[in-house]
Structure formats: C-alpha cells, structure tokens
Ligand binder design. Structure first.
Ligand code: SF4
Length: 89
C-alpha cells in the first residue's frame, strides 16, 4: 500500500534504459527494505527492486551465499542502524 511505485506501470522497473529513473523512485520508498529483501529471498533475476538493480542483487547474492533470510538480516540491520543514529540536538 505504501510503495512509491504503486500507481506506476511495471515496465519502468524492467527497462534497462530507464534504470536510473527507477532507482530514483525507489530511493525514498518507505518499503524499500522489505522490497529488496523479498527480491533477494526470491532470487528475482530481473528488474529494479528495493533500490537495487538485478546485477547489484546478483553480486550481493554471490558474495553472501550464507544468508538464508535477507528479510531477517535487512530488517535487523535497519533496527540496529536506527538505534545507532546520533541524538538530535
Ligand atoms: S522500493 Fe520496491 S516498492 Fe518501493 S518503489 Fe521501488 S520497486 Fe516499488
């Protein structure tokens, strides 16, 4: 429901000539972490998901074959990151 691409056609996210545009849409998306985790967990081989190109995801999967749940890893990393943010002045 909160996905920034909700009302956009999917073609944009599968058109390599428009990858930059798709990445710009993903960048501030509130469900980016979940979207990226799903694409990684499902080994989605095409398209831009979660602010990552298919090539970038392939490299990540190759580098980390030990990860069984990207969802668990990325959500945990987001929580840890949030707790490490400096206090607002
Ligand atoms: S991060 Fe995922 S849900 Fe959000 S705009 Fe990109 S493709 Fe759509």
């Amino acid at each position: 429901m909160r996905a920034r691409c909700k009302r956009l056609g999917v073609d944009l996210f599968f058109d390599s000539r428009r990858e930059k545009q798709a990445l710009e849409i993903c960048a501030p998306c509130p469900v980016r972490t979940e979207c990226l985790a799903k694409a990684l967990d499902e080994r989605t081989q095409h398209g831009v998901f979660g602010g990552a190109t298919a090539l970038w995801r392939k490299r990540l999967l190759t580098r980390r074959p030990d990860v069984t749940s990207w969802y668990a890893l990325l959500v945990k990393a987001r929580v840890v990151h949030r707790h490490q943010q400096p206090e607002a002045e």
